[in-house]
Design a protein around this ligand. Structure first.
Ligand code: HGY
Ligand code: MN
Ligand code: MN
Length: 412
């Protein structure tokens, strides 16, 4: 099939328009299941219809757009990503992959080109896991990877997932119907911003992802004794905050000086009663480790639990470490990497192979069909923050490589 060009102006205009939905002075608040999320879903659904797709919502609330192919019943080539953002997030994480996938279908329609394979664009529910702490929620439903903790998930605000799924057109009692069989899909392609500094620093316009990181997440609950900050002698304190501080520093050293795993983060902390003149009686922390090697994540967990034991005794506080989720790392196959390299060559763009330190829907979908990821640079490597930015040219390059990869896959 002759080369087809994406429309860079239309791509970037649509990306900018989506970026206004949920944009506040604290960054993007288009968090899953919020009214901003629903507005963003409505917007991309309209773009999908305009591109000639039939659109349906599956039981997990995933938005599935589809155009038929010219060939006899072939499996679909799927593209996609997510439109939900982290709180105070950026305008490109997820959004670029969705808008570019729609642009690819629109550009083919404008060129009067029909691929042999049917095409599907998938917008996955709650990729970030915000609120329910169950990330890749929609893509894991498509891959048949839901666990008991997904069905019983309760939002930080107390609402059950059962009650919230209908807000985005889902229905938890029919989740099994969201599962796609491997023979329904030929492959899955996801364009995403790098969310790190490598490509921007190295001047590479295209990244070929070699693998997607593993991630282990823990809830650490520290119970000490609330008491008066002014009258309680230091030796008599059972201070949950000083225990939390020691654990937070240990998480950094597990990934830093000790180099047990690639990265470690304490991203959330709830202090009770959170008053300046009260010794905290309780602190709840979110801890996560990431590494491509699952044995490194296991070693990090051993060290975290050992530290909790030690600090618990020293501070006379109770510390409960609960494993919330363990997501396996996923390698991208050589021939799917080659597909992206060939697509970049067609576009005349330099490229670099690299692992993904961020998690992605592709790591769920890879369990049912061959998957590939295409990266474009994040300026200064910033992501999950309002300063997240990718240039219109880089976004257009990524969308063109996505289209080229789709056409190559269609021929193969
Ligand atoms: O956290 C991540 O890696 C992704 O942005 N959900
Ligand atoms: Mn993200
Ligand atoms: Mn993302």
């Amino acid at each position: 099939m002759p080369a087809v060009a994406i429309n860079s102006t239309r791509l970037n205009d649509n990306l900018t328009a989506l970026g206004q939905i949920g944009n506040t002075d604290e960054g993007m608040q288009r968090v899953a299941f919020s009214s901003f999320d629903v507005a963003g879903r409505d917007y991309v659904t309209e773009l999908m219809r305009r591109a000639g797709m039939t659109v349906r919502i599956d039981a997990a609330g995933n938005i599935i757009g589809r155009v038929e192919g010219s060939g006899p019943s072939l499996p679909a080539i799927a593209m996609g990503s997510h439109t939900d953002t982290v709180p105070a997030g950026g305008q490109y994480d997820g959004a670029l992959g969705v808008i570019a996938a729609i642009e690819v279908v629109q550009a083919l329609a404008d060129a009067g080109q029909t691929t042999r394979h049917p095409l599907e664009v998938m917008v996955f529910t709650n990729e970030e896991g915000t609120g329910f702490h169950r990330w890749l929620l929609g893509s894991r439903a498509v891959a048949g990877l839901w666990e008991a903790e997904d069905f019983s998930a309760v939002h930080d605000d107390g609402a059950t997932l059962t009650s919230r799924l209908p807000d985005i057109g889902g229905n938890i009692s029919h989740i099994a119907e969201a599962r796609r069989r491997p023979d329904e899909l030929a492959c899955y392609l996801e364009l995403h911003i790098e969310q790190g500094p490598t490509m921007h620093r190295g001047g590479y316009p295209i990244g070929i992802v070699t693998g997607i990181t593993g991630r282990s997440v823990y809830h650490v609950d520290i119970v000490g004794e609330a008491n008066h900050a002014g009258t309680t002698p230091m030796a008599l304190r059972r201070d949950a905050m000083s225990a939390a501080a020691q654990i937070a520093l240990k998480v950094r050293s597990i990934a830093g000086e000790m180099e047990i795993c690639r990265v470690g983060t304490v991203g959330s902390m709830d202090v009770h009663p959170n008053a300046g003149n009260v010794i905290p009686g309780r602190v709840q922390m979110g801890v996560e480790f990431r590494d491509e090697r699952m044995e490194s994540l296991a070693a990090a967990e051993v060290e975290l639990r050992r530290t909790a034991e030690e600090v618990g005794h020293a501070e006379q506080v109770g510390i409960a470490v609960t494993a919330q989720r363990n997501t396996p790392s996923v390698p991208i196959s050589g021939n799917m990497q080659q597909l992206v390299a060939d697509a970049a060559e067609v576009a005349g763009l330099a490229h670099i192979t690299m692992p993904s330190g961020a998690g992605h829907d592709a790591q769920a979908i890879a369990s049912i069909t061959p998957a590939a990821m295409i990266f474009v640079p994040s300026v200064n490597g910033v992501s999950h923050a309002p300063a997240e930015y990718s240039t219109p040219e880089d976004c257009a390059n990524g969308a063109q490589v996505l289209l080229n990869a789709l056409l190559l896959a269609d021929d193969r």
